[in-house]
Design a protein around this ligand. Sequence first.
Ligand code: GUN
Ligand code: ZN
Length: 466
Amino acid sequence: MSTLHRGHIFHLTGSPTVTEAADALVEIPDGALLIDDDGRIEWCGRFGERPQRTGAPVEIVDHGDAFLLPGFVDTHIHFPQVNSIDAYGGGQLLEWLNSCIFPAEARFADAEFAAGAAREFCHRLISAGTTTSLVFGSAFPVAQEALFGEYHKRGLRGVIGRGIQTVGPEAAAPLITGEDDAIRLTREEIERWHPKTPEEANQALVYAAIVPRFSLSVTTRTLAALGELYDHYRDAGVYFTSHLNENNRSGDGEIAAVLELFEVESYLDTYDGRFLPGSKRGGSSLLGRRSVMAHCVHCTDAELARMAEVETSIAHCPNSQLFLGSGTMPWNRTVAAGVNIAAGTDFAAGDSWFMPYVLNTAFKAHISEPEPDGVSLHPAQLLHLGTLAGARALDLEDRIGNFDPGKEADMVVIDPAQWEPLANSLEWGLRADDPVKQTHGRLFTLLMACNEVAVAETYVRGRRLR
Ligand code: GUN
Ligand code: ZN
């Protein structure tokens, strides 16, 4: 039976870039979304103008004053850090990894522990209204089995890959495998969990990815072998993701270490098949339209141009960047380069599961960029970051990201009554007289002042998960 959801709709129609987002913004205060029994959006519009059906019954779900938004897309989150929020590392990225994260991730070798963590991980995503996620997985097959299984069981949408490490410091030893094992385990995971045919892929909710932790955790031989593996699976729609140009503490930070170790001209070269000294080609590129690079705080113009050229997206994670003192991705320069910018929690360096909180932090980070680069992001751009840009980053824009008819109905219901500061601000806050400005003001307040407790319901492909 088709279902008609009634509520206050916000979404971005069509396929705008972030600079076109404001023109694509749609607000329908007494809106309705007609979803067929396959979970696809048949129609989106004013409740009073809903299509009248003779014969076929339609169930009406009235969400009252609640808002209906496209489900949030988190393009960068770490499964084995599910219990590591606000871990004190006494330093920036590399200290935090060594003292907090590698030991925490080592616990996922225990199947029972990992199964509990997988349940918790999915529960947190659903509670936060995140319907699609790109997940840095565990090094351990038992943990990956639990996570993939849990996504399938719950009906969550996501892309998951085991975290690959073939080299690293002593603290990472439990997470490191031999190079041949790293490739074998990754291949086995893809064979087990990635859809087998194009038809299956078009229907699937869960996909596999190749995920080296970062360049510092793999050797040139591993990078070459991963390139070969990706050559084999690229056309099947397998993804690639890793960290790029995150932490620039002078002298001994992540970026300096990569450039020194590989003797390359740019960090991106290590993922682009040019990982030999002088950026000489040593294998196939891992970049493409199903590749997502997390952070990109300190990219050169050439790196941004290359990502734009190959349609590789950025997972922008401002909460994490603040937490680790990494800086912030330069908004104007990155947008001008034409790279698609999606957003990620980067939990647990990011200290929240909730994508609107990431958008809130993005707003503050970019308005605070040093002159003349400070920019006040438009609320439609914030919505773009949290929804449509994420769908684009995962090459799923033809299926999710907004409420255009034909798409699959991934939706979050936000009920301001469950979070009084939001309800009060929406009800009593001063609004402009101009209706367009009213729309912008309402969306801004909704995204910026929202709290996870206001997430009332979460749907993937029309099916309620919460
Ligand atoms: N770089 C390599 N590993 C990690 C990680 O777990 N978190 C973040 N933020 N950056 C990384
Ligand atoms: Zn990360």
